[in-house]
Design a protein around this ligand. Structure first.
Ligand code: ATP
Length: 365
């Protein structure tokens, strides 16, 4: 495997080397030709100018001015070849940047939608149809109609690829539905400002929370940049993170991320939960971790999650049996369609897809 990767890398390096050599030859040929041409011009100027000077048709000063002007042109043309190489390199490096700059904005950016205080937190997916732009022929959500009741926990479950994460992505407005509409309370989501929505209304805790290369204090404060230190401590305490943070020699000033202290998966999740608590969103999207934590960490994370879910509308992409079982409402997705909806007891009694999923899961526990 290692040899194979080294081979691939060497092949790419050789391609890059050959392109650079070709560029070098091109620059050399251009410089040689332009030097010959410009020196030829200087020669012509000198011989013809000498003739005119001999015939007293121009003054020696005029001839000198001409010669200096030709040399200036020669120098400029000489640097043109190097400049040309740089332009070619710059254009190829910049092509990806230009690709992003020229992307059409698909999500509208209207402001002045709902006032934050007036947000209840009921989300309604109405006949939502969706295909990813990169695969327009694959229907990922097929006429999905689903309500996330205000202040309740709705668990989405289903087999891998059923469309659970896509539902969350549409709610975050990372994509727009191909058909149908999503409503927050009574306002269509596409009429609300996505920055306001993501910054103030929605919170997202995913499987692999991102910690930035700065202090734990600042990492938590990203939830609400205006929060005071005291509020950060309180959020960390509620997220079961305060005690382990204080055990670090530099406490909340500990730098995490690439060049700092490495924190465990469970600790990372608790920092992310503290961040979400500080943000205090009306709606929380929770993509539950599939990776197993040890029993102690699991309990701490679960307690913190229970804390953060209280009083909010929660959409949880559920993988754990306990989460699914305790949810107020369970939606079972299959190939982008809503197959079953209800609470654990009702769905188990129904003995359909949900009970089959649960039996499968408990068999492996
Ligand atoms: N960015 C994307 N571009 C194209 N297709 C995608 C993209 N993301 C997901 N899909 C496809 O959409 C379908 C639904 O994916 P989704 O991630 O929503 O499923 P899921 O139920 O969350 O799965 P899992 O439990 O494995 O995370 C899958 O067939 C997947 O291949």
């Amino acid at each position: 495997m290692e040899d194979y990767e080294v081979d691939l890398y060497s092949r790419d390096l050789r391609t890059s080397q050959s392109y650079n050599e070709r560029l070098g030859f091109g620059i050399a040929a251009f410089q040689a030709l332009s030097n010959i041409a410009v020196n030829g011009v200087a020669l012509v100027v000198l011989s013809y100018g000498g003739l005119l000077l001999a015939n007293n048709q121009i003054s020696p000063g005029n001839l000198m001015s001409f010669l200096i002007a030709t040399q200036t042109i020669q120098r400029s043309l000489g640097s043109l070849s190097t400049l040309f190489g740089q332009v070619v390199k710059g254009l190829s490096s910049g092509s990806r940047v230009f690709q992003y700059i020229t992307v059409d904005r698909e999500t509208s950016l209207q402001t002045g939608g709902l006032a934050l205080g007036a947000v209840g937190g009921t989300v309604y997916f109405k006949d939502v149809l969706f295909s990813y732009p990169s695969r327009p022929n694959q229907v990922v959500l097929d006429n999905l109609t689903l309500t996330l009741p205000q202040g309740k926990v709705t668990a989405l479950c289903g087999l891998s690829g059923a469309g659970k994460s896509t539902v969350a992505a549409l709610l975050e407005r990372f994509y727009e539905p191909t058909g149908g509409r999503i409503y927050l309370d009574d306002s269509p989501l596409d009429e609300l400002d996505p920055s306001w929505l993501r910054g103030r209304v929605l919170g997202f805790i995913n499987q692999e929370p991102v910690l930035f290369a700065t202090t734990i204090m600042e990492n938590i404060r990203y939830g609400r940049p205006s929060a005071s230190d005291r509020e950060v401590y309180e959020a960390a305490r509620q997220a079961n993170a305060d005690s382990f943070i204080r055990e670090f020699p530099e406490g909340y000033g500990t730098v995490v991320g690439e060049r700092g202290v490495t924190v465990s998966g469970g600790q990372k999740q608790r920092i992310a939960i503290a961040r979400a608590l500080l943000k205090n969103p009306r709606i929380l999207i929770l993509d539950e971790a599939t990776s197993a934590l040890d029993a102690h960490s699991e309990k701490l994370v679960q307690d913190a999650l229970d804390q953060v879910c209280q009083g909010r509308t929660v959409l949880v992409i559920a993988h754990r049996f306990s989460t699914i079982q305790n949810a107020d409402c369970i939606a079972v997705l299959h190939k982008g369609q809503l197959r079953e909806l209800g609470n654990h007891k009702d769905l188990m009694n129904k003995d359909g897809m949900y009970s089959a999923l649960i039996k499968r899961q408990t068999m492996f526990e």
